[in-house]
Design a protein around this ligand. Structure first.
Ligand code: KG4
Ligand code: ZN
Length: 338
């Protein structure tokens, strides 16, 4: 059985085909980053229009690449939310139309469930239950995952998401949107002792995060330095170290609270090597294990939507009406357990 997955919640059009026996058989992605970079962030209307242009050619590409005929597909999965409403509508419309024409079910997938399950695309997938750290451009959450669909929120960011903190800090350092990956490279050349930025909320006995104070500390540091070019590597490094320490401390607390020793780290920020290494080392010291998706499947992609869609399809969680419903704001904890 093969399912087609379509991701279009933000600035990437991702399409993939997942086979329940063979795993991922093809995937393709078009990133709109270059188009949005000159505006310093995602322009929703441009995003929607670009998804319209890209989605069908990408569907044809993944079908051809994997020798899949339309008639081989058992269902069409798409990102139902959360995300930008116009962008979501494009993927939903394409998926629902294809499903209708082929007389097969459509499966609406939660974008963050896609991220959370993406490490299951790898050779050494995590077994359930586990604690998941979801760190993306819009969300920072710690979740106790009992089984697919059964999610208990342990903590989340009370202000900026981790990715947002990376992007805003990168902007202060003169880097183009989205600055996370560029900031990561810059941090590698910096002196970790040059600044001491705050590790917010470490004293609070919960699993919540706050990144706004860290952003302000970086802003103050940039204003105090005469020549930002001389200090930007050090600022990037000390910012990155503060994020790493905060994530480590909050993951430790979530694992202790839940009595679990498997940690899944997912979402765009989990592509960051310093974060991957630190959490991997921390889990080894605890005698546990950390799981990540390969770096290209940490950021938005169609493969994670096809995989999550297959799990939901097999559990019978499909949409059988023709309503075009997307959910721009959609708590992960409202999903059906599989
Ligand atoms: O998951 P994602 O692709 O989109 C959302 O669902 O939000 O995450 C995008 C975020 C951006 O903020 C981007 O700067 C950040 O992930 N990001 C990184 C890295 N790669 C992507 N942040 C730090 N280091 C990276 N290597
Ligand atoms: Zn995402």
């Amino acid at each position: 059985m093969r399912i087609l997955g379509i991701e279009s919640s933000c600035d990437e059009t991702g399409v993939a085909i997942y086979d329940d026996a063979q795993g991922l058989v093809s995937h393709a992605l078009h990133s709109q980053i270059a188009m949005h970079a000159e505006y310093g962030g995602v322009v929703p209307e441009l995003a929607s229009r670009d998804h319209i242009k890209r989605v069908i050619p990408l569907v044809n590409k993944v079908l051809n690449d994997s020798d899949t005929k339309m008639s081989d597909l058992c269902a069409i999965a798409y990102t139902r939310g959360p995300g930008l409403i116009g962008a979501l509508m494009v993927g939903a419309m394409a998926a629902r139309s294809l499903a209708y024409a082929l007389d097969i079910p459509a499966v609406g997938v939660h974008h963050m469930e896609g991220h959370l399950l993406a490490p299951m695309l790898e050779d050494n997938p995590p077994s359930f239950p586990f604690v998941a750290l979801l760190v993306s451009g819009g969300h920072t959450m710690l979740i106790k995952v009992m089984q697919p669909g059964l999610y208990e929120l342990l903590g989340q960011s009370v202000d900026d998401a981790a990715g947002e903190a990376f992007d805003k800090t990168a902007k202060l350092l003169g880097l183009a949107y989205p600055g996370g990956p560029a900031l990561e490279k810059m941090a590698q050349k910096g002196d970790p002792k040059a600044y001491h930025f705050p590790r917010p909320m470490l004293d609070r006995p919960n699993c919540d995060f706050s990144f706004a104070g860290l952003k302000t500390a970086v802003l103050n540091a940039t204003m105090q330095t005469g020549n930002i070019d001389e200090h930007k590597y050090n600022i990037a490094r000390c910012f990155s170290d503060a994020v790493v320490d905060t994530l480590k401390a909050k993951c430790t607390r979530a694992l202790d609270m839940s009595g679990l020793n498997r940690l899944v780290v997912a979402g765009g920020v989990s592509a960051n090597i310093a974060i991957r290494n630190a959490l991997d080392e921390m889990m080894q010291k605890r005698g546990g294990e950390a799981f990540f998706a390969r770096r290209e499947f940490c950021t938005d992609n169609g493969a994670m939507i096809a995989l999550a869609g297959m799990l939901r399809f097999k559990a019978g969680d499909v949409q059988d009406n023709l309503e075009l419903d997307v959910v721009p704001r959609w708590p992960l904890t409202e999903l059906k357990a599989l």
